[in-house]
Design a protein around this ligand. Structure first.
Ligand code: ADP
Ligand code: MG
Length: 264
């Protein structure tokens, strides 16, 4: 079997394990090698990622990995703890080439990544870099996002939004009101005007409702305004959030008017 085929095969095997294996959550406690029992992580993550996590521990970026938070097809999120006993979120993009095909349009066309060739293999590292960069641009502009702390290959270390390893509830699982809608809309506007970005996956799934207002995350799909599809993505973001608040009985503005107002 060629290296490529072997790699794809292993990736598929790893992916098929993610969902079932990530469900079990571990608890805070003493650890020898930096991994709580090690098992979950080794069975979920590919070898290079496990190596990266080990390196992050030996480099003192984090002290240990404390449990699993969420498992998606392309990324998993772990609860990590740093050496000051601060919780962090570890968002890990799984190294699998197959799923990244559909991400290509969000990278090619973004002038920030203009030197990337079509068919580039390790789009996963680029994707992680893109999310980190988007978060940094937002954080620097004062927009409410988790503070990006470190990026090591396909692993993003982010401020933990939540408590004791439990993330805050997303909008989907929260009671929402007009104030939340106004904040969501002003986030889209600020993103457009201050950071010159469009989220690209703005929805009730990717917004935390915290005690101090909304916090927007999952910015991997975010594109620069110069991206040829930026306006189309913006429109979709506006439609998604309008639909959500409308369904929840909040009075909303006309999405087309909102779109025009933002781009004018
Ligand atoms: N900074 C964070 N703090 C706490 N939990 C987080 C953080 N980022 C992500 N999560 C948790 O992980 C889940 C998936 O994260 P997300 O960035 O949306 O990845 P995906 O690409 O899989 O949708 C979120 O719904 C949330 O529960
Ligand atoms: Mg998400």
């Amino acid at each position: 079997m060629s290296d490529d085929l072997l790699f794809d095969d292993l990736s598929r095997k790893i992916e098929s394990k993610v969902d079932s294996k990530l469900i079990s959550k571990s608890h805070r406690g003493g650890l020898k090698d930096g991994f709580k029992k090690g098992k979950v992580i080794n069975e979920v993550l590919d070898k290079p990622t496990v190596m990266t996590l080990y390196r992050m521990i030996t480099d003192h970026v984090i002290a240990y990995v404390n449990g699993a938070i969420s498992a998606g097809k392309e990324s998993v999120v772990f609860w990590g703890v740093d050496e000051n006993n601060m919780d962090v979120a570890l968002k890990i993009y799984l190294i699998s080439t197959s799923n990244f095909k559909k991400r290509e349009p969000y990278i090619l066309g973004d002038p920030r990544f203009s030197n990337v060739k079509k068919g580039t293999k390790n789009l996963v590292y680029l994707w992680a870099k893109k999310e980190f960069r988007n978060l940094t641009q937002c954080y620097d502009a004062g927009l409410p996002v988790p503070r990006p702390l470190y990026l090591v290959k396909n692993v993003l270390v982010l401020e933990f939004i939540g408590r004791n390893g439990v993330p805050c509830k997303s909008l989907l699982y929260s009671e929402v009101n007009k104030k939340d809608y106004v904040q969501a809309v002003s986030f889209i506007k600020d993103l457009y005007n201050k950071t010159k970005l469009v989220h690209g996956d703005f929805s009730e799934y990717n917004i935390f409702k915290t005690e101090n207002g909304l916090v927007v995350f999952d910015l991997g799909s975010g594109v620069d305004l110069r991206h040829p599809n930026a306006k189309e993505f913006l429109k979709r973001d506006i439609y998604n959030i309008t639909k959500f608040f409308n369904k929840r009985g909040v009075s909303v503005s006309d999405p087309d008017e909102l779109f025009e107002e933002i781009i004018k």
